[in-house]
Design a protein around this ligand. Structure first.
Ligand code: A3P
Length: 308
């Protein structure tokens, strides 16, 4: 197990392969501790994402969805208005279980249903998650946008101390499967296949689908999580209210997300860049697009899943 290089957080230059996937040192410690200690409860909800697939957005959406009675989205002191979504819904392996090799963290302050987030691939999930009827919401994103977003994020965090990684170099690694929690396609396919086997447990959704039909998918998430919208809530426009408070426009303009920092050092603003589908067109060359398309075609061939 590597020693923790710094408290700097989520992206570092060295990646380590563990159970077939790449993790940075900080994350890897958390992964192993989480596997060892986490005990799932039946009512738990896990938001699982590939990095840069809209985790921040879905943390906000799920938090607001399941807590809508306690915290109506129109409430002027709604927790999202003064807290980063990452503080409201912590990552298991990146926050809760970091530096908890020996003893599990105290999770007693989490009220049921507990909502956690993770980038773990399916086979690296703690056994109790796989065995329990708890729910998993899985989100992935078109690899071209996810890649560009990850590259931009990494460089933003590295900028001051290490200089910028070239797009070409990072792209080559990404295509070779070496990226945070990559190989990207293995991550996606692990959940896609499990979701086909157990639709009660795993809701598989893409960033693009949510962008295209947010109302439809928010309602589906409500049903999947056992908290469907009532007629009264529909009449009161609650679906639109939740989408509104969680929109890129609203969240990225909140003081906490402009000026705030996470305890691990990242600026909250780093999680809000453009929030669009198709920004890869501004970054990738024709050759890069052809290479990535070809890889995806091969990897997803026969799986029944295809990015739009
Ligand atoms: P871009 O870099 O393409 O803009 P993650 O939260 O998993 O780190 O993903 C970050 C990506 O989600 C970034 O994408 C970010 O801008 C986008 N994002 C953040 N909040 C969003 C929101 N409320 N709606 C849509 N996209 C959002």
């Amino acid at each position: 197990l590597p020693t923790l290089p710094s408290e700097r957080g989520w992206v570092s230059s060295s990646l380590y392969n563990y159970q077939g996937f790449w993790h940075n040192a900080r994350q890897l410690q958390g992964v192993i501790s989480c596997q060892k200690h986490f005990q799932a409860q039946e009512t738990d909800i896990l938001l699982v994402t590939t990095p840069k697939s809209g985790t921040t957005w879905f943390k906000s959406l799920l938090f607001t969805l399941i807590n809508r009675t306690r915290f109506p989205p129109t409430q002027h002191d709604h927790p999202l208005r003064s807290n980063s979504p990452h503080m409201l819904v912590p990552f298991m392996e990146l926050n809760l279980y970091v530096n908890h090799d020996q003893n599990p963290p105290d999770l007693s302050s989490f009220t049921s249903p507990r909502l956690f987030s993770t980038h773990l691939p399916y086979k690296s999930l703690p056994k109790s998650v796989q065995d329990s009827p708890c729910k998993i919401v899985y989100i992935c994103r078109n690899p071209k946008d996810a890649f560009v977003s990850l590259w931009a994020f990494t460089n933003q965090l590295r900028l001051e101390e290490m200089g910028v990684n070239s797009l070409e170099q990072v792209f080559d690694q990404f295509c070779n499967g070496v990226s945070l929690c990559g190989p990207f396609w293995d991550h996606v396919l692990s959940y896609w296949r499990e979701s086909l086997k157990n639709r009660e447990k795993i809701c598989f959704l893409t960033y693009e689908e949510m962008k295209e039909e947010p109302g439809v998918h928010l309602r589906k998430l409500g049903e999947f999580l056992g908290c469907p919208f009532s007629l009264k809530e529909e009449d009161e426009g609650l679906v639109d209210g939740i989408l509104e408070i969680c929109s890129f426009e609203k969240l990225s303009n909140l003081k906490v997300n402009i000026e705030g920092k996470l305890p691990s050092g990242e600026k909250n603003s780093a999680f809000f860049r453009k929030g669009e589908v198709g920004d890869w067109k501004n970054y990738l060359t024709k050759e890069m697009v052809e290479r990535l398309d070809k890889i995806c075609e091969e990897k997803f061939n026969g799986s029944g899943f295809k990015f739009k």
